[in-house]
Design a protein around this ligand. Sequence first.
Ligand code: GDP
Ligand code: MN
Length: 395
Amino acid sequence: MKIHEHHARDIFKKYGLPVPEAEVANNPEEVKNIARGMTPPVVVKAQVLVGGRGKAGGVKIAENHDDAMDKSKDIFGLLIKGLRVEKVLVAEAVDIENEYYLGILLDRDKKKHCVIASTAGGVDIEQVAEETPELIGKTWVDPAYGLHPFEIRNMLFDAGFDPKLALKVTGILMKLYKVVIENDCSLAEINPLVQAKDGTLWAIDAKVNFDDSSLYRHPELKPLKESEETDPIEKEAHARGIAYVRLEDGNVGVIGNGAGLVMATMDEVKRFGKGIAKPANFLDIGGGAQADLVRSALELVTMDQNVKVILINVFGGITRCDEVAKGILQAIEEVDLKVPIIIRLAGTNEKEGRELLIYSGLEKYLDIKNAPYKVIESLEQAAPIILETIGVPAQ
Ligand code: GDP
Ligand code: MN
């Protein structure tokens, strides 16, 4: 689970990490009022759940409260990696001398937390890792012994931090580790930690991800989860009680019954997709789905504008294939789906289901591009049809 910068900052503050004064604003007028009460210059920052806001024009420094209001007008409504900016953070700007990177994340291979620091902060840390790995220090934490200051100091010295600075940064990393452990974070990151011209250190960006499996231990995070659902389609899916996860860069909507079958279907799309066809989502209609739910599922999947074709893979047990077929027909009638559906139905009432679809008169065997759907007998038949559909540029 991801949270916005301003919430991450609140947590940092609670743990004594140095975050500058800041407040959230919902419109340019609020930006002005908040900035008026601050010592200028101020920085106005888009609150969206992705990184790289600076590069996308979502972080701007303003000279005074009027300037802050003007600049915020360009930030509100900006689309950053597909997410619209609805809130901004107004913070007292720091006069930056140097930028550093600090992060703690869970290394699943080593089953340990990894503490990372770099003198090349503020920029894309993945790029630093690739181009100048010598500028990155790492140390892994033995969960039985915890993290000790000397381990951090050694790591910082190796990464080229000046000794005096390393002492201060050690204190910050110890606090950040406490944040991670006490809140079950899969990631906590300060990028950048900055040294101001007067020598003080400030965490001017804050990022925290939580391990979803541990949320039951943190009731205080529940309201955050509800208000911060990342993706508008995922939010809609949860409101409808449908298990849906959106993937980045996919173009094939995947619907099935049972998590295992849906995941296997996604793997299959990825395998035959040759890097062109990729699963766009996970959607499990569950057991015993009625037509309404199937209709709703199809509607959800096509809310993702990247979806060019949908693959339905149902193995009927408690789920009846004829109910699934009815749902598909309902969706085609009531929702403008815009993309073709490839359908494989097997198991309970498969014959009835297929007949409903085949005799509807909607399926045009020879022309998938203009037909609303195509019924297939086995999943293998899906590959050529999907590739053909994706290969043709959208009209
Ligand atoms: P991100 O691009 O989403 O990671 O957003 P950040 O909060 O990290 O801000 C991006 C960049 O904006 C930082 O690396 C700084 O260079 C700049 N920036 C952010 N806050 C301040 C500030 O208070 N003072 C100054 N001078 N620059 C800032
Ligand atoms: Mn940042």
